[in-house]
Design a binder for this molecule. Structure first.
Ligand SMILES: [Zn+2]
Length: 277
């Protein structure tokens, strides 16, 4: 057990979580989630793993603050505010932390590819959500192509799809650069073939965010606040009123959708990794 690396992991996670709390990207329970996820990812995966998690965290935080005033009215439908809580941090980083534990037990390049896919999936989904709402054209439901109001779960726009592509690409490029730099120091996560991380990131991001939209359009639990006359992903609307169940499975909330999307993104990325590494 590399105690020094684990200590670095704890210190780094606390630092990032504190910055996230100060920058209003994390709630108090979100700080706890970020420290758990960060310590496992950084402490058991290593530098490249930890810095990829930070790449996601920073890019997601920047985008959720981007044009915040324009998004305020549009964001009614989202389950939560821009402050991430425990459920959201585990939904976004939990599967990556599980992969870090597996990698610690058996350092296999395919597990690293799967981790890149998991990070790409949550990053792509965040980019698609945060930028897609600013689309000048109304979204269409992924399953039927029917026009739906902005912010509807399962609604897709070309801007959101391009944003998802960009979110996956960023993680792939970051994995390429960080992994290569760590390899120069002597302990990279792969034995070469780092360029493959770019298509692996794009595939993970695209697969994860597509699955996310698909669940949103079909089985995700969707509620309706009769007071505000708005559709929402939350049982209790942000106005404080309990919302009535409209469609989908009640237990399948936004956090579970994000978590399962990160698993799908990592499976697709892991499959490509299995083919090329
Ligand atoms: Zn309401």
């Amino acid at each position: 057990m590399n105690v020094r690396q684990l200590a670095f992991g704890v210190a780094f996670s606390v630092l990032i979580a504190w910055a996230g709390y100060r920058g209003r990207s994390l709630s108090r329970s979100g700080v706890v989630g970020a420290i758990i996820v960060g310590t496992l990812t950084f402490g058991l995966g290593g530098w490249t793993w930890g810095l990829l998690l930070i790449t996601f965290f920073v890019s997601a935080s920047v985008l959720s603050h981007y044009r915040k005033d324009d998004k305020r009215g549009l964001a009614e439908k989202f389950a939560k505010t821009s402050q991430r809580d425990l459920g959201q941090t585990l939904a976004n980083g939990g599967w990556g932390a599980v992969l870090a534990i597996a990698y610690f037990c058996r350092p296999d390049p395919i597990l690293f590819a799967a981790f890149v896919g998991a990070m790409a999936a949550v990053n792509a989904d965040t980019w698609a959500t945060e930028l897609g709402v600013l689309s000048p054209t109304p979204p269409r439901l992924m399953t039927t192509g029917q026009k739906v109001p902005v912010g509807t779960s399962g609604g897709v726009t070309s801007l959101g799809t391009m944003a998802a592509f960009g979110g996956g690409l960023l993680i792939g490029l970051a994995a390429l650069v960080l992994g290569q730099v760590e390899a120069i120091w002597g302990s990279g996560p792969l034995n070469g073939g780092y360029l493959w991380l770019v298509p692996i990131g794009i595939l993970g991001g695209f697969g994860g965010s597509t699955f996310d939209s698909l669940l949103g359009a079909t089985v995700q639990g969707i509620y309706y606040c009769s007071q505000c006359q708005k559709e929402t992903e939350a049982r209790i609307h942000r106005c404080g009123q309990p919302a009535r169940h409209l469609r989908g499975w009640r237990w399948l909330n936004n956090d579970l959708v994000n978590f399962s999307s990160s698993i799908v993104g990592s499976l697709m990325a892991g499959l490509l990794g299995w083919l090329v590494f």
